[in-house]
Design a protein around this ligand. Structure first.
Ligand code: KFV
Length: 195
């Protein structure tokens, strides 16, 4: 394979990987440092593509949020029915919610948790949700490495983010939301955990 063919294949993503792997794939004496340069170019373009797709930013399903009218009752229901344990509880004044994070007993793996959300006052978005839909799933949250960058990528795709800048979420995380009408009817939260 000649130099031009190598470059063309790097550009079209047919040839990706380390410079050693590329040198092996092309099987000729094309100067190694040039191959290495283009391998790095291909690797960075792959990273760019992943970021455009958010793939490089989303690391986990962080939690699912359930709207409930009474937080203590809901915690007790999930404890006595499913054996979940309370991992965290707080009042988020900005979001006007009392919330609790529940996990499977002893789970410290960082796996997805259940978030119970009860309105702190009658104008809370959760109060409005309960009024309209009753108790039930209110949101799905993806954990991201960089909420500002993730929001930028989604805005570029034409999705509406609810906030211009991230706001304070559970346990000092930083959060933003995709409007449910732009995400298949699901309110999607992006959450960047506190350092
Ligand atoms: N899921 C799916 N659809 C929803 C929805 C939801 N949670 N909320 C509203 N909708 C639909 C609603 O049924 C309606 O559809 C449309 O969106 C607009 O409703 O077919 P329809 O009837 O037109 P509106 O205009 O009534 O919207 P409104 O309820 O005023 O606001 C919706 C929204 C998503 C903008 C509002 O709920 C919001 O700002 N949510 C983000 C903040 C939030 O949910 N905070 C509480 C959780 S705090 C939290 O999660 C934290 C602190 N944390 O870190 O995890």
């Amino acid at each position: 394979m000649g130099a031009a063919a190598v470059v063309q294949r790097l550009r079209t993503g047919q040839l990706e990987g380390s410079s050693e792997a590329i040198a092996q794939q092309r099987g000729s004496s094309f100067p190694y440092h040039v191959t290495g340069l283009h391998a790095r170019w291909a690797e960075s373009s792959k990273m760019r593509r992943m970021r455009e797709e958010l793939g490089g930013l989303v690391t986990a399903v962080d939690h699912v949020g359930i709207a409930v009218p009474d937080l203590d009752e809901a915690i007790e229901f999930h404890r006595s029915t499913f054996g979940l344990e309370l991992a965290h509880r707080e009042l988020n004044e900005e979001q006007q919610v009392h919330e609790a994070m529940l996990r499977a007993p002893g789970d410290t793996s960082g796996a997805a948790q259940v978030q119970l959300l009860a309105p702190a006052d009658e104008v809370s978005t959760v109060a409005k949700f309960l009024e309209r839909s009753g108790p039930g799933l209110q949101q799905l949250a993806y954990r991201v490495t960089d909420v500002t960058e993730a929001a930028r990528v989604l805005r570029d795709k034409g999705l509406r983010m609810l906030y211009d800048e991230p706001r304070r979420g559970t346990a000092d995380s930083r959060v933003n939301f995709v409007h449910p009408k732009d995400a298949g009817g699901v309110l999607v939260e992006l959450v960047q955990p506190a350092e």
